[in-house]
Design a protein around this ligand. Structure first.
Ligand SMILES: [Zn+2]
Length: 181
């Protein structure tokens, strides 16, 4: 006889996660983020590119299929699947589309939702927040302040000091380790 408890636990987890980030979609491709820049950013002076001028075709040719689906088409990666979910190394989380500095490791916390979570962005300019009324809910969508990549959503149930929870897809982030002194 095989135990049936695994299915029950799996179901409970999906319910929990769905309530947490309110945008969970199960299934789909493995979503990844990365340590170090995404391949299309290697060797590029990311501050000198007009990222907003890039076309959908350019993004499709230069990003991974997962990045296109989540970061350019406002999708949601499978919870618990991102490589940077448990990344704790000191450094900066940058946009995996354009390399812009978005979040600091100092503001990252374990939310238990299955997505990287932060209490704030590194600066006022780093992200743009706009109302998103899709899926029958009114939420605050978080976009990259430089290239408009969809990053995730922000909620008011975060920990101190801000009380905010930026719920961000790992695949939309790269991690740049803090340089040693
Ligand atoms: Zn960006």
């Amino acid at each position: 006889m095989r135990k049936r408890s695994a299915g029950v636990v799996g179901f409970a987890l999906v319910v929990l996660v769905g309530a947490g980030c309110a945008a969970a979609r199960s299934g789909g491709a493995e979503a990844k983020g990365s340590s170090g820049p995404s391949p299309h950013l290697v060797g590029v002076d990311v501050d000198k590119v007009d990222w907003k001028a890039k076309t959908d075709a350019w993004w499709a040719a230069n990003l991974s299929a997962e990045q296109v689906a989540v970061c350019r088409k406002a999708g949601t990666e499978r919870p618990g699947s991102g490589d940077l979910l448990h990344m704790k190394d000191a450094g900066t989380f940058t946009c995996s589309s354009c390399g812009y500095a978005l979040f600091s490791s100092e503001d990252k916390f374990e939310s238990g939702t299955g997505w990287p979570s932060f209490t704030r962005a590194v600066s006022k300019e780093a992200v743009t927040v706009k109302l998103d009324a899709s899926l029958g809910m009114v939420r605050e969508e978080v976009l990259c302040g430089r290239c408009n990549a969809h990053l995730g959503h922000v909620f008011d149930d975060g920990p101190p000091p801000t009380g905010r929870r930026y719920c961000i897809n790992s695949v939309c982030l790269d991690h740049a380790a803090k340089r040693g002194r």
